[in-house]
Design a protein around this ligand. Structure first.
Ligand code: AKB
Length: 315
């Protein structure tokens, strides 16, 4: 029997690549892409697309019923830097959308949910190096508070109502297809564009700010893999730590200079420095590796080569 999937937030940074991947796996007609507005990505015309406001329960329910949706990937969210500028809206969007999907699953209208969490669930009192799966969590950003609260609700719905919800704490994600929007880790995408276009980049974080990062192919692989894992392997129903690499702005600049020797970087930290300083520098993801076999493929060198090669063709 076919699995029918709805992706909410399909035109965003993760959603775009996830839609393409899931259509390859499950077939174009079985993966319904949706977003608040139609994007111009190629996938928009290769399969069903619906305009859906993630905050509107009725709209989501209508699409779920129309296509007899089995699984929902809820990728719509306001990220850390944007959320600080509009806390009330960030809270409404990030929480209401999650409740809508959890309640549809509780009512038996969908069978499985993917909901992304983030390293932002950790805060300044969390151990920063090799941050464990279970540790102090006192997030100091609106985004982090919404993700941490969301994790608690996921676990609650799983335990109380048997909802099959699966989640990953994404680190900063780096890709060349769709630009990210409003994150603190997004400098690590922008730097590649500026290296190719201007041969120089001014970073909004200081040179020694280490953060956990991941190439998008790895993030998509992890997402598909946790969703395809047998239910009993997914032992954690809040969210899994996930890790691939960790680097500072100075280190990514050095990796780029191996390909573009004339590239230079300067530093002008802004309000995003405080957000980065409250997050882990590196993550211990032993549980994901043990429970459902997570393995990453990309390190900083490999990712830099792929990013520069693809972006230079695109720009
Ligand atoms: C952000 O920087 O807000 C996101 C994240 C780490 O969740 N990329």
């Amino acid at each position: 029997m076919n699995t029918t999937i709805l992706i909410i937030g399909a035109c965003g940074q993760i959603g775009s690549e996830l839609t393409v991947k899931l259509r390859q796996i499950y077939g174009n007609d079985n993966v319904i892409a949706s977003d608040i507005r139609k994007g111009n990505q190629e996938f928009v015309s290769t399969g069903p697309f619906e305009v859906v406001n993630a905050m509107d329960f009725n709209q989501i329910e209508e699409v779920v019923e129309k296509y007899q949706v089995d699984e929902v990937y809820l990728m719509a969210a306001l990220l850390s830097a944007t959320a600080e500028k509009n806390p009330a809206f960030a809270w409404d969007l990030n929480m209401n959308s999650l409740f809508h999907i959890l309640n549809l699953a509780k009512a038996g209208k969908i069978k499985k949910i993917f909901w992304p969490s983030s390293i932002a669930v950790f805060g300044p009192t969390t151990p920063r190096i090799d941050t464990p799966q279970y540790t102090v969590m006192e997030p100091s950003t609106v985004y982090g508070i919404s993700k941490q609260t969301g994790e608690r609700w996921c676990e609650y719905y799983s335990q109380k109502y048997g909802v099959d919800v699966r989640s990953i704490r994404y680190p900063g994600l780096i890709s060349w297809t769709t630009p990210p929007g409003g994150g603190t880790t997004d400098y690590a995408v922008d730097i590649y564009y500026k290296a190719l276009e201007d041969k120089k980049y001014t970073c909004f974080l200081s040179e020694e700010t280490a953060l956990p990062m991941m190439y998008m192919d790895d993030a998509i692989k992890a997402t598909v893999s946790i969703m395809q894992a047998p239910a009993e392997e997914v032992k954690i129903r809040s969210s899994y730590n996930l890790s691939a690499m960790s680097f500072t702005p100075k280190e990514i600049a050095a990796a780029i200079q191996k390909h573009i020797p004339e590239f230079t970087i300067g530093y002008e930290p802004d309000f995003r420095q405080a957000i980065a300083d409250s997050w882990p520098a590196s993550i211990d993801d032993t549980s994901a590796r043990q429970d459902w076999g997570w393995q990453h493929d990309f390190d900083l060198e490999k990712m830099t080569a792929v990013m520069l090669e693809n972006l230079s063709k695109k720009l």
